[in-house]
Design a protein around this ligand. Structure first.
Ligand code: IVH
Length: 669
């Protein structure tokens, strides 16, 4: 292909890919399969490799680019990014409406209601429809340039659709969906890294990464809700119209938005959503009520900090006050010591809470939490409650400061905290707490899935010295189990059968079950796809390992360290001797018996927790199935992940069987 033809084809491909990104990420209604999409991207990549000088910054291949930054550069916003005044009750909301109507005598006022996303506010600049700058809100006047990081958000257009005005600045909220947040924390827990307290902190931490590659892995999302400046196009007349336009121009706009003419209706609506907020796959901390007419907005103006035309109706926080009776330390699988506050039980949002995480020593220090303190605790979604702050006025002077012990509370081994790490760890090689957690992890549902091997039983097995590593499980006999507490002959047999059944799990489950630091469920799947046996994994070169998606230097070092240990060698030898499967059966690698999905058409919708859309499609195809982008009567299954789109509804209408992620995983196995 000559240069002129390549230039044209590349422009066309960029446009097509941008359109499919829009269908997928913004409208949640893709019209092609991921495989077809990937083919477009690959073609563009091939051309870009052949003609590197024709690569443009708005190319979809350039979302993650550039070198890590040294620091963020301050940028002044084109117009101040104001903040909102809060109201906490229907009366306060009615007062707000009366104030507005008082300033607009004789006029009718319409209200737009939008969810108030609990993320961080950003300003986005588009020149010639191309994203040229993204900045944090900062103090409202000046923020920080985080363009590199915002570019990694897949729902954020790098280039706007042709109908968009050439010059535009908009405001939106970057957030991390709860599913992504939970998965991130699971991965961090598996890696022994400190957890994020809530999705907002995780989103803020991710946007303020100097290395955009880290941000790219964090699965952020962004709703755009305000036009800040606009040139070269007719401005909308109302906020509702502005939202419609933003959607048309290519932005992700929240489908939940309502227009009311009476403030009483607004209040009723907000109260209803206070109950329903957990139905949304992301955190909201209230509703924003805005005057719909942009002309009225302009005439109402703003005070120094916030507009007169809008207000945030805050949902009651899921908070409560209680006293810290004690602080205990739990020891995790990797030896990480986590301080946990033992609370006087208290009800928060309908749940009785008696423990709260204190994360690590720095967290305790920063909040100055002491034993005996009266504290405010908070429940955010399904996350473990956390201590928000100490009620300082309630201090009596008898509170006792806490520091982590120098020796492991369980095995007495030395505790170390490596420079640069927030976590302190027990160094004991035979620490029973670590062992318990390791076995618990090995037997867990997403690892080797040994039913009936619960914490109480594991505790006894470890305490009696019956189990010193996971392989010892396979040597257990009936007479070992029967004398244990709450164990009859029948349940002993059941547990033994479950243990025996676990010998034949797919390789990726074993890899995950071994508990290699930084190798989570997803990582294990990717490794098993690339290396068909544990031996192949052990023998893999650095290059081969680094070629696996999501394996970076840290994971590489951890895999190496794992296989280097004598303990590992002994464990693997014992597992092999016990008959635990250590490779994928030939069938799963492509033999005829590996086609359990032959002839089946399967549609995916929503986000899966354990794999990407691409991986799921590859898994279907590898088993002889056909992944498809749209639901019809001929579809055999629709797999519904989190935040599913219209395809789930369509499946129900057509009577096509719907599978949850768990059911889908069973189907694959
Ligand atoms: S409008 C001048 N709409 O809430 C009005 N803000 O507490 C600008 N926020 O800093 C804000 N969802 O970051 C607006 N639908 C929404 C919002 C929203 C979340 C944030 C925004 C603002 C903060 C004020």
């Amino acid at each position: 292909m000559d240069e002129a033809a390549a230039r044209e084809r590349m422009a066309r491909l960029r446009e097509e890919i941008a359109y499919h990104d829009y269908r997928y990420y913004v409208l949640d209604d893709p019209v092609i399969t991921d495989a077809e999409y990937d083919e477009l991207v690959r073609e563009l990549q091939r051309l870009e490799a052949a003609f590197p000088h024709l690569v443009t910054p708005d190319s979809p291949t350039q979302r993650v680019g550039g070198r890590p930054l040294e620091s963020f550069v301050p940028v002044r916003h084109p117009v101040p990014l104001l903040s909102l005044a809060n109201v906490f009750s229907e009366e306060e909301l009615a007062d707000f409406a009366r104030r507005v109507e008082g300033l607009l005598p004789g006029e009718t006022v319409e209200w737009v209601v939008e969810p108030k996303y609990d993320g961080l506010s950003v300003a986005l600049t588009y020149e010639d429809r191309v994203l040229t700058r993204g900045a944090t809100r900062g103090d409202g006047e000046t923020g920080e340039d985080v363009t590199q990081n915002l570019r990694t958000i897949r729902s954020l257009p790098l280039r706007l659709r042709p109908s968009a005005p050439p010059r535009l600045t908009v405001r939106g909220e970057v957030f991390m969906p709860r599913g992504a947040f939970e998965r991130l924390n699971e991965e961090r827990a598996a890696a022994g890294e400190p957890l994020f307290a809530n999705p907002r902190n995780a989103a803020a931490g991710s946007v303020r990464q100097l290395d955009a590659r880290v941000t790219a892995r964090r699965r952020l999302d962004c709703f755009v809700y305000e036009i800040l400046t606009l040139e070269g196009s007719e401005p909308p007349r109302t906020q509702a119209e502005a939202l419609e336009l933003l959607l048309e121009w290519g932005f992700r706009v929240n489908p939940h938005r309502w227009v009311f003419s009476r403030i009483e209706e607004v209040a009723r609506h907000c109260a209803a959503w206070a109950e329903r907020r957990w139905e949304l796959p992301y955190d909201v901390d209230g509703m924003v009520i805005k005057v719909n007419s942009l002309d009225q907005q302009r005439r109402l103006g703003a005070t120094a900090r916030s507009p007169r035309w809008a207000v945030a109706y805050k949902f009651p926080a899921q908070q409560a006050k209680t006293r810290i009776r004690d602080i205990i330390v739990s020891v995790g699988r990797t030896g990480a010591l986590t301080p946990v506050a033992v609370l006087e039980p208290v009800e928060v949002g309908g749940v009785t809470v008696s423990r709260a995480s204190l994360h690590n020593e720095d967290y305790i220090r920063a909040k100055d939490v002491r034993i005996g303190d009266l504290v405010v605790i908070q429940r955010a979604g399904e996350v473990i409650p956390e201590v928000v702050r100490v009620v300082g006025e309630a201090r009596t002077g008898r509170e006792r400061p806490f520091s982590l012990p120098a020796r492991c509370p369980v095995c007495g081994a030395e505790v170390v905290r490596l420079p640069g790490e927030a976590v302190s760890r027990c160094t004991g090689v035979a620490c029973p707490a670590q062992l318990r957690e390791k076995i618990r992890h090995y037997a867990s549902r997403t690892a080797m899935d040994i039913e009936g091997l619960g914490p109480a039983l594991i505790e006894q097995l470890v305490a009696r010295g019956l189990v010193r590593d996971a392989a010892d499980l396979y040597a257990l006999r009936r007479e070992d189990l029967v004398p244990l507490e709450r164990m009859g002959e029948k349940s002993a047999d059941n547990v033994l059968a479950a243990i025996a059944a676990s010998k034949d799990r797919p390789l990726h489950r074993l890899i995950y079950a071994l508990g290699i630091r930084f190798v989570g469920e997803r990582g294990a799947r990717l490794l098993a796809e690339r290396f068909p046996s544990l031996d192949a994994l052990r023998r893999a070169s650095d290059e081969e390992l680094l070629a696996v998606p999501e394996v970076g230097e840290k994971t590489l070092a951890s895999i190496r360290a794992f296989f280097r240990q004598e303990q590992t060698e002994r464990l693997l030898e014992k597992l092999r001797a016990a008959g635990v499967r250590m490779e994928e059966p030939r069938a799963a690698r492509g033999g005829p018996a590996a086609q359990p999905l032959a002839g089946l058409t399967i549609v995916l919708t929503g986000t899966l927790r354990s794999m990407t859309r691409q991986e799921a499609e590859a898994a279907i195809a590898a088993r002889g199935g056909r992944p498809s982008g749209s639901v019809s009567r001929r579809t055999d299954y629709v797999v519904v992940g989190e935040n599913p789109g219209s395809k789930a509804v369509r499946a129900r209408e057509l009577g096509v069987p719907v599978l949850s992620e768990e059911e889908f995983l069973v189907l694959l196995e």
